[in-house]
Write a protein that binds this ligand. Structure first.
Ligand SMILES: *Cc1c(COP(=O)(O)O)cnc(C)c1O
Length: 258
């Protein structure tokens, strides 16, 4: 079975897949060009397709096109979408392929249990209560025999110390990292940031790169730098991003502003 019915050429699903394929080719070219401009190997940078507000069928198209990493910012939307995608992958693993879910949005403590069920990497840990809640949620899964591996987490840092987009103030990063390191079922993988709207992206990503260098002295294996979105991926890659989170350049304009 394939997602696209080859007998109905020009079907909506077929058109959508072609559109996503074209967008994906453009984004991959941008990433490759940014990597070569920065003298970095292309394999340094992972593309995360941020599919918020778009249906599970788009995730399946992207997965069939070879996208392995998908991001969401709200558990209410992500949990059912991840379940729908998992069912489709189970039904047709050769056509679609495995998908890893990245939770990139502001996280509430009461959602941690749900997020821990499907997330491969949680990018938005920005306060101690989330560390405790995610560790507890992972413990439940391990005790239930559903996984034996720790959950990967990134610390989201607020580059300008403005908490409105989420993110810990820079001064709280050390304590937060220590809290994660003290949880055997969490694995500290690195840092995440969203560039402040009012800042030139270069300034934000340069600051993040500097923070990351200091961070690696204490946490040398936590090498992920999640930074860069549709508008500023080139700058993020120039300053060392290892993961770019791309929504609109891949999927199109969102109906709602988030
Ligand atoms: C929506 C979102 C993105 C993707 O943004 P685009 O500008 O559409 O590429 C990246 N990161 C986070 C945290 C988001 O919420």
């Amino acid at each position: 079975m394939t997602l696209v019915d080859s007998t109905s050429s020009g079907s909506a699903a077929e058109e959508r897949r072609a559109e996503l394929a074209a967008n994906l080719a453009r984004v991959r070219t941008r990433i490759a060009d940014a990597c070569s401009a920065a003298g970095r190997p292309r394999t340094d940078v992972t593309l995360i397709a941020v599919t918020k507000t778009f249906p599970a069928s788009d995730v399946l198209h992207l997965a069939a096109l070879g996208v392995r990493d998908v991001g969401e910012n709200r558990d209410q939307e992500a949990a059912p979408k991840a379940a729908e995608v998992a069912a489709a992958v189970t039904a047709d693993p050769r056509e679609i392929g495995e998908v890893r879910w990245h939770f990139v949005g502001q996280l509430q403590r009461n959602k941690c249990r749900s997020v821990a069920e499907y997330a491969h990497l949680v990018h938005s840990v920005d306060r101690p209560e989330l560390v405790t809640a995610l560790a507890k949620a992972r413990r439940r899964l391990v005790d239930a025999g559903r996984t034996d591996r720790p959950l990967g987490v990134l610390l989201q840092v607020s580059i300008d110390d403005d908490p409105s987009r989420g993110g810990a103030p820079i001064g709280e990063l050390d304590a937060l990292a220590g809290a994660v390191a003290g949880e055997p079922l969490l694995e500290l993988r690195g840092l995440m940031a969203v560039a402040p709207l009012e800042w030139p992206p270069e300034r934000a990503f340069a600051r993040l790169a500097e923070l990351a260098r200091g961070f690696w002295i204490h946490y040398p294996t936590a090498r992920v730098v999640s930074a860069g979105m549709s508008a500023d991926l080139e700058s993020a890659i120039a300053f060392g991003a290892t993961h770019v989170r791309i929504g609109s350049a891949l999927l199109g304009k969102r109906a709602t502003l988030r």
